[in-house]
Design a protein around this ligand. Sequence first.
Ligand code: FE2
Length: 223
Amino acid sequence: MAIKKLFATPIWSEKINFKEIQKDKLIKDILSNYKKDKYRNKWDSFDQNGTPSITHLSYRDDCNTNFINIDYKKYGLQKAIGKKIKKFIKTLPLKGDIKYEWGVSTYHVTTKNQFMSSHHHLPTDFTSVFFIKYNKKIHAPLTLYAPYGDIGLYIGMIRPALFNNANLDYLKGHEDIYPEEGEYVIFPSHILHSVKALNKTNEPRITISANIKIDSVNKNYYK
Ligand SMILES: [Fe+2]
């Protein structure tokens, strides 16, 4: 009998067709903001462990009055991501009429030595990352952490032979994801994730994230 996996974490991904969005204009505007302030994370500087991120990320740009306003609808991105989310929701084994809401939360830029500390996106249900400017040969991966913690560290100490020789999924503490450029990746919001300082050059790594809430009661959450 084949092994059945319990507590498996769903990761969904599909490419967004660049012809559906104004990719070049969106990247140009984001990079224009990045050049004005490499460290946009004025309000979001610490993760839950108190570790500061060093990156161009913020959920608000109220004080960045010299920034170009990134209106995702204008670039066609709202529509393109919305289509993917609709498709993803249909794959979930949900019963009855499903209501969901979602919103693009922010864009994120890193160059060499910049990183984003581990964090989650609770209380939303799923979060997602669109790799609009990404080259797996030179850019840091998206690192996802196991929901049960790094049990492999303990097993590695008491059973080094087992840990070092077996590729057992349940012992993994984290996984580095190297998507293709244009890929849109969705995963549960409680999964801690980070972007390590592994960019090899100063070529910007740009991603855009969106959160999804199933059957939300608070209609104003994303506004
Ligand atoms: Fe995130």
